[in-house]
Write a protein that binds this ligand. Structure first.
Ligand code: PMP
Length: 527
């Protein structure tokens, strides 16, 4: 039943008020498959088709019967949900199942180590932290021998076996005409130590994309492009450079602007020479293969290839955030495989929890894995038996019948897309674009900030929410705009989407398009 709370509203009342203003303040009381139910004034359940799909967490629908049956049996059987610091064979099984899938899709035998977490942002942060630990260790591994090399060069100089070249001095900005004696060497050595230390002290740089969304925790929000989310907290964590998706050449430009070198010396025959070594200052390139909150933008093959080429050149790890696009939603388990992008790290969450558990995982290829990470990163709730067994079930359901779920995602997605295209064909001046893959689709309306209707124009800044409120009120359809592109409605239903549900959405979208064509703003905002 309804659980209207008396008295003070303490759990995000401001947000609730805002939802109410666009008619989205509904309390759902039951859920199953693609349907959420609320009660009307007479207490009757009203079904709503759920295209928001738990923001991507419901590939297998609300309360999937097989997952619910498993969850019940786990709890009835006294599963040890919290048994931290013990053997977790079920976690290993999840990692093994994920490896089987990844190896198949990537066509590789490389193994990926798994670090479990609880949310999407946490998996991203675990990847960032791991990449930073690895970066620092690589930096130390590079820097440690330099002190020895300086010592060896000093000894060679003192022993008269080698002399300092003018070229070496020139490399560090000293005039080559200066004396090339011990004092000159000490100046050079001090300069090398000073410069290397400055490079080592530089905060890590992250590369990310314009339109990216990687979460709202302290680290991940700095990789999230939306300024409203990111800017107030910029002092809390390392910064990212955001690269435009339509300019692959900008990747190289960003790397060139940030890259740095460590100076080293070598004794070559009777000469002490200065050599430069690429310093790992760029910690990771973090990206979504299909941007979710940025407006359902699929990166191109060409862009993916350039990411791969440039990062390989400087040995920078690629972190692929498949939190929203992964788990089969695109029609492949990893959306990145559709554009030929390969990651050193993968972040998965959302549907991994089967709609009932909160879990996520960060995968890192074994040749980049640092076992030391296991001693410095953990969470009370991560890797618990309940969510691991649920994840195993989810993966089993996805892999069943030779990947029927992936085929369904592709086929149902195509059916949805075909409907979108027919609406667009009839409303070419209203529908700006249709984007996405499988069951991760975006339907973009033309910008309404210059609309003839004042009611529409004045609400253009959150147009998608107004349209969502209308679709809910008049058509019993639940969808939302993407977080950072408010003219794009997102559609991420489960693979059990029916033709009747698609038809219901079509009626709703055609209605909204008709309203925009007629500029009937009062109807849309419900004034
Ligand atoms: N990465 C991506 C690509 C996402 O879409 C999201 C959530 N929308 C996150 C990270 C953060 O996940 P969570 O909300 O579980 O922290």
């Amino acid at each position: 039943g309804s659980t209207e709370s008396p008295g003070l509203e303490l759990a995000e009342p401001f947000l609730l008020e805002w939802l109410a203003s666009v008619g989205l303040d509904v309390e759902y009381v039951r859920a199953e498959g693609n349907t959420l139910y609320y009660r009307d004034a007479d207490g009757r359940e009203v079904p709503v088709v759920d295209y928001a799909g738990g923001y991507g967490s419901l590939m297998l629908g609300h309360n999937n019967p097989e997952i619910i049956a498993l969850a019940k049996s786990l709890l009835d059987g006294g599963v040890p949900v919290h048994a931290q610091f013990s053997r977790h064979p079920y976690a290993n099984q999840v990692a093994a199942a994920l490896n089987t899938i990844l190896q198949r899709e990537l066509g590789t035998t490389d193994a990926y180590s798994a670090i479990f977490a609880n949310t999407g942002a946490e998996a991203v942060e675990a990847a960032i932290k791991h990449a930073e630990l690895d970066r620092r260790m690589r930096m130390d591994e590079l820097a440690a021998p330099i002190a020895e090399h300086l010592e060896a060069a000093r000894a060679a100089l003192l022993g008269g076996e080698a002399s300092l070249s003018g070229e070496a001095l020139g490399a560090l900005g000293f005039s080559a005409t200066e004396r090339v004696d011990l004092a000159a060497f000490e100046d050079l050595a001090a300069e090398i130590v000073r410069r290397n230390e400055a490079v080592r002290q530089r905060p890590p740089v992250f590369l990310s994309l314009e339109g990216s969304f990687h979460g709202k925790l302290m680290g991940s929000v700095q990789l999230t492009h939306n300024e409203g989310y990111r800017a107030p907290f910029s002092a809390l964590a390392a910064q990212a450079r955001f690269i435009p998706r339509d300019r692959p050449e900008a990747i190289k430009e960003a790397v060139e602007a940030e890259r740095a070198e460590l100076f080293d010396v070598v004794v070559e025959g009777d000469t002490i020479a200065v050599v430069r070594r690429e310093a790992p200052v760029i910690c990771a390139f973090v990206l979504e293969p299909i941007q979710g909150e940025g407006g359902i933008n699929v990166i191109t093959r060409e862009f993916a290839a350039e990411v791969q080429r440039v990062t390989a050149e400087i040995d920078c790890p690629v972190v692929i955030d498949e939190v929203q696009s992964g788990m089969g939603r695109s029609g492949a388990f990893l959306a990145s495989t559709l554009v030929g992008l390969r990651g050193d790290y993968y972040a998965l969450a959302k549907s991994l929890g089967g709609g009932v558990a909160k879990s996520s995982v960060m995968l890192v290829r074994r040749d980049r894995y640092r076992k030391e990470f296991e001693l410095v990163h953990s969470s009370t709730f991560a890797k618990d038996a309940f969510s691991c067994f649920v994840a195993l079930k989810v993966l089993e359901l996805m892999e069943a019948e030779d990947g029927r779920v992936y085929r369904l995602a592709a086929e149902r997605g195509q059916a949805l897309r075909t409907m979108f295209e027919s609406v667009r064909a009839d409303f070419p001046e209203i529908v700006a674009d249709i984007r996405g893959e499988g069951l991760m689709l975006g339907f973009e309306f033309q910008d309404q900030s210059e609309a003839a209707s004042a009611a529409i124009r004045d609400n253009a800044g959150f147009f998608g929410y107004v349209a969502a409120g209308y679709l809910l009120r008049e058509h019993r359809i639940r969808t939302f705009p993407t977080a950072s592109a408010v003219h794009t409605l997102r559609f991420e239903p489960s693979v059990y989407l029916s033709d009747a549900e698609i038809a219901q959405l079509e009626a709703g979208l055609r209605d909204v398009c008709g309203i925009l064509r007629a500029q009937d703003g009062e109807r849309l905002v419900g004034a």
